[in-house]
Design a protein around this ligand. Structure first.
Ligand SMILES: Cc1ncc(COP(=O)(O)OP(=O)(O)O)c(N)n1
Ligand SMILES: Cc1nc(C(=O)O)sc1CCOP(=O)(O)O
Ligand SMILES: [Mg+2]
Length: 504
């Protein structure tokens, strides 16, 4: 498999904690190939910066052009630009990006002062606007945001006003880092764009050894984007990578030591809490499932429910998408009653009010339903809850509600439903399953899972496999269910054989 290339266009930190050195360490830890375009050589240690040697624009241009001819990037991280000539050189280069090459994702971390409070750039803020329309996201801290916008940022309101000014100048997305706003025990990064507003919250670690966190965060975002994750996940993973690095940081030098460079973030404790204005902030916990989900068919009628219960299915879902379907309530009621007789775990998709009214075993909700449904009422009624997720970010949102299971989709391309996201594949599924393991929330995989894929999906450690067409489109439904159930049990038999072998 080809290795994604990411460039950093930044200053060299002789102390190795920030700048190019932090970026290249991050790239390596997150499994991308890093290329470097040095803008400025700094003489710097953990205590102070004693010298700044900006390179001429020609030197920067030549590095950029040389790389472009051979090592085209999936993403570019821009850090220290020391003066107007350097900024214009980078802006011209991006403006003239050839149509023959895929356009890279560009992250700009506008470095103005060092951690040691030494001024690193002579750039006048009003000239930074030239680069704003050419970058995909900017990652200023509060001081940098104030400097760039001319707005003194002291709270959420002034932060939004400052961001608005940058949006007017052509920026489309911004991640404002390291805000406390009166909560000294928590530290938040705010993602703002025309589409929304996401707050990534961590416990404030108050470590002294945080040199290079801004550089690390922005180069981690570029790395995760290069792995083709959506932006909100790139921010989530980068945030967790920095948190992990702050915990692992060792003091090197007499001053502020560098953030540590580790590996793809894991476990879940390093990941942020995610807040949006739309999501309910409620402290909930839903009942556990009575049985492992195992094979979990998702079907659209009472007749299917009846057929599958008779074939021995123990976890299943009634998914009737049309809210005006005739006999909707009757189908839900009959299905619930029959599933009870078979001691099966029946989840009702979407129609949570009817599920409560008819005392269902459980409800399955999508992410967009979380803002509309009354989660408190579902919990009060004693129903189980399953939640769909399609990314790291959605997974973190879902697990905060402590649901009865979390669905991870869509793993493979599916014809059953038009999906706005890309298929996740087995590698990501493995990462999500490992992330969820300490929470004890069962994980269910869904999307494009056919009989021949069951073994590989099971090998990720998943607790259940949800299928639609593998059953509903089968020529012989009875045979399909029998084969799927057998395949689901197959590795259990292998495992018990292995356990026997180990026990000997
Ligand atoms: C087990 C399972 N996983 C995911 C889904 C999808 O649910 P949702 O996101 O609510 O989308 P719709 O099914 O309503 O289209 C599911 N139904 N079951
Ligand atoms: C209903 C549904 N939800 C998904 C998700 O990822 O949330 S994928 C999906 C369709 C699954 O059907 P099939 O097994 O035929 O691919
Ligand atoms: Mg739904």
């Amino acid at each position: 498999m080809s290795v994604a290339v990411v460039w950093t266009v930044a200053g060299s930190d002789s102390g190795g904690g920030a700048g190019i050195q932090a970026d290249l360490n991050t790239f390596r830890s997150l499994n991308v190939h890093g290329c470097s375009v040095i803008t400025t050589v700094t003489a710097q240690n953990s205590v102070e910066t004693t010298g700044l040697f900006p390179l001429a624009a020609d030197a920067i241009r030549q590095q950029l052009e040389c790389l472009q001819q051979d090592m085209s990037p999936a993403a570019i991280k821009i850090g220290l630009l020391s003066n107007l000539q350097q900024l214009q050189c980078v802006a011209d280069f991006l403006r003239q990006w050839p149509d023959t090459l895929p356009r890279p994702f560009v992250v700009w971390d506008p470095v103005v002062v060092s951690t040691q409070q030494d001024r690193l750039s002579e750039l006048p803020p009003e000239h930074c606007t030239e680069l704003l329309p050419l970058v995909d996201i900017m990652t200023p801290n509060l001081d940098e945001l104030s400097w760039l916008s001319g707005v003194e940022v002291i709270d959420e309101n002034s932060m939004c006003r400052a961001a608005e000014k940058l949006f007017h100048a052509g920026l489309t997305q911004v991640l404002i880092t390291g805000t406390e706003f009166g909560h000294s025990d928590e530290i938040s990064d705010y993602y703002l764009s025309a589409d929304g507003h996401i707050q990534y919250i961590q416990q404030n670690l108050e470590t002294k050894h945080s040199h290079g966190t801004g550089c690390t965060l922005s180069s981690a975002i570029a790395s995760v984007i290069a792995h083709d994750y959506p932006l909100e996940d790139a921010i989530t993973v980068a945030n967790a990578y920095v948190h992990q690095g702050l915990i692992e940081a060792k003091g090197i030098g007499r001053g502020q030591g560098p953030v540590a460079h580790t590996h793809w973030p894991q476990p879940i404790d390093h990941f942020p809490r995610i807040k949006t204005p739309e999501l309910p902030c409620v402290d909930l916990q839903f009942p556990r499932l009575d049985q492992e989900p195992g094979l979990y068919p998702v079907v659209d009628s009472y007749e299917w429910i009846e057929k599958l219960l008779k074939l021995g299915i123990k976890t299943l879902q009634l998914r009737i998408k049309d809210p005006d379907a005739p006999q909707l309530e009757a189908a839900i009621k009959k299905s619930i009653q029959l599933a009870e007789q078979y001691s099966a775990q029946l989840f009702i998709n979407d129609h949570w009010q009817l599920a409560i009214k008819q005392n269902a075993y459980g409800v399955h909700l999508g992410q967009e339903d979380l803002t509309e449904a009354n989660l408190h009422a579902i919990q009060q009624a004693g129903l189980r809850l399953g939640i769909s997720t399609h990314s790291y970010t959605e997974l973190l949102i879902a697990q905060a509600y402590k649901p009865s299971y979390i669905a991870l989709g869509h793993i493979f391309p599916t014809q059953t439903k038009a999906m706005p996201s890309k298929p996740q594949g087995l590698e990501r599924l493995r990462l999500y399953v490992a992330l969820l393991a300490p929470t004890n929330i069962p994980a269910v995989a869904i999307g494009g899972i056919s009989l021949d894929r069951v073994a590989a999906v099971k090998a990720t450690g998943i607790n259940g496999i949800a299928v639609v067409s593998a059953i509903t489109a089968a020529n012989d439904v009875e045979q399909a269910v029998r084969q799927l159930l057998k395949e689901m049990k197959a590795d259990v038999e292998i495992k018990s054989a292995l356990e026997v072998a180990h026990a000997k």
